[in-house]
Design a protein around this ligand. Structure first.
Ligand code: SF4
Length: 343
């Protein structure tokens, strides 16, 4: 088990005693819930009942209080709680599940992961605003594979040498864990690469800590001469409260495209009404559903798996129910394939 890095404001250059507002998202993150008994108290669930299904884990509980506030009290099966609670089932070693289900670790180099032609992933940070139990990179060796390790230079130099990269996808961890100042340095560097036409940000911050969409972030995104695509990650309509809607509304202005990707998760969003309601709510927030990902088989997550047959039937129900632009693409990532594969 690799330790997930936490955000160190000093290391990222984010500490600035002059600007309280600019630190607010970092304070929200520092104040996130990390203790199962405290979580039980906030949700008015008997600690013993939660402890009966929960386990301490090397991939520790981390959930912002604002996200906890969107959970239903006294409901041990709340779909948001199930996404973040470390459960005893994670100890099950299921066939076909591994620590590196997408075979990324062998091809990662200086934080650059090139899976597809013309676009490449850059691991901008190993830190996250929340620890999602089904995360396919929960065992990723972030300590060795951060594009920021050498002040972005090695990673950006590699992209420049590749010569044919039209789109850079900032991933992680969550790239918005990086301070605005540091992100601005990265954006400036990426825009010196002639071939780069667009920068894509994959992030769960606007959903889990909407305070992250602050004035400094918006200002740096507005300055981007490259096209800007923001792909947020939301699995259930209950994640989208007013504060998230406002943050997404603010992001829509600098972003050329605002999309969502979800993971199909057993017991959380594996029914047509739940998925349809997610699509409608995303649309209310100005976001289009993009991908509905099949679970990547990472160790300890088999209890989230939804079978292919069930997934196809859900997609058929969604097609019958929704206009085409609200139906996400049902896809699976296959190691070595030239793109995500439609199911
Ligand atoms: S799914 Fe995204 S936000 Fe959640 S733990 Fe994984 S990288 Fe972090």
């Amino acid at each position: 088990m690799f330790e997930r890095p936490s955000i160190d404001p000093a290391a990222t250059g984010a500490i600035d005693v002059r600007g309280h507002d600019r630190l607010s998202w970092q304070r929200v993150l520092q104040d996130a819930v990390r203790d199962i008994d405290e979580l039980a108290g906030l949700l008015e669930i008997e600690a013993a009942s939660l402890r009966a299904v929960a386990r301490e884990s090397g991939f520790a509980l981390l959930v912002p209080r604002g996200f906890v506030a969107r959970m239903k009290k006294r409901d041990i099966d709340d779909p948001l709680l199930l996404q973040v609670l470390p459960r005893a089932e994670e100890e099950v070693r299921a066939a076909g599940y591994s620590d590196d289900p997408l075979s990324e670790q062998a091809i990662a180099d200086d934080g650059v992961i090139r899976k597809y032609r013309g676009r490449t992933l850059l691991i901008a940070s190993g830190a996250c605003p929340v620890h999602c139990r089904y995360c396919f990179r929960r065992e990723f060796p972030y300590a060795q594979q951060l594009a920021s390790r050498h002040g972005w230079e090695n990673a950006v130099g590699k992209l420049r040498r590749l010569g044919d990269i039209g789109e850079v996808i900032l991933s992680g961890g969550d790239p918005l864990s990086v301070s605005n100042r540091n992100l601005a340095t990265l954006f400036d560097a990426l825009q010196t690469i002639e071939s780069v036409r667009s920068i894509r940000i994959h992030t769960r911050f606007p959903i889990t800590i909407p305070e992250r969409v602050d004035a400094g972030l918006l200002a740096l995104l507005r300055r981007s001469s490259a096209k800007l695509v923001v792909v947020v990650h939301c699995n259930h309509a209950n994640e989208l409260d007013r504060s998230v809607e406002a943050a997404l509304g603010n992001l829509a202005e600098p972003a050329d495209l605002l999309l969502n990707q979800s993971v199909l998760l057993r017991g959380i969003n594996d029914d047509a009404a739940t998925l349809a309601s997610l699509s409608h709510r995303l649309f209310d927030c100005g976001v289009l559903p993009y991908y509905l990902n099949m679970l990547d088989p990472v160790t300890g997550t088999a209890h989230f798996e939804v079978g292919d047959g069930r997934a196809r039937s859900l997609l058929a129900d969604l097609r019958a129910e929704l206009p085409g632009y609200l139906v996400p693409k049902l896809v699976r990532e296959v190691p070595g394939a030239s793109s995500k594969m439609p199911l």
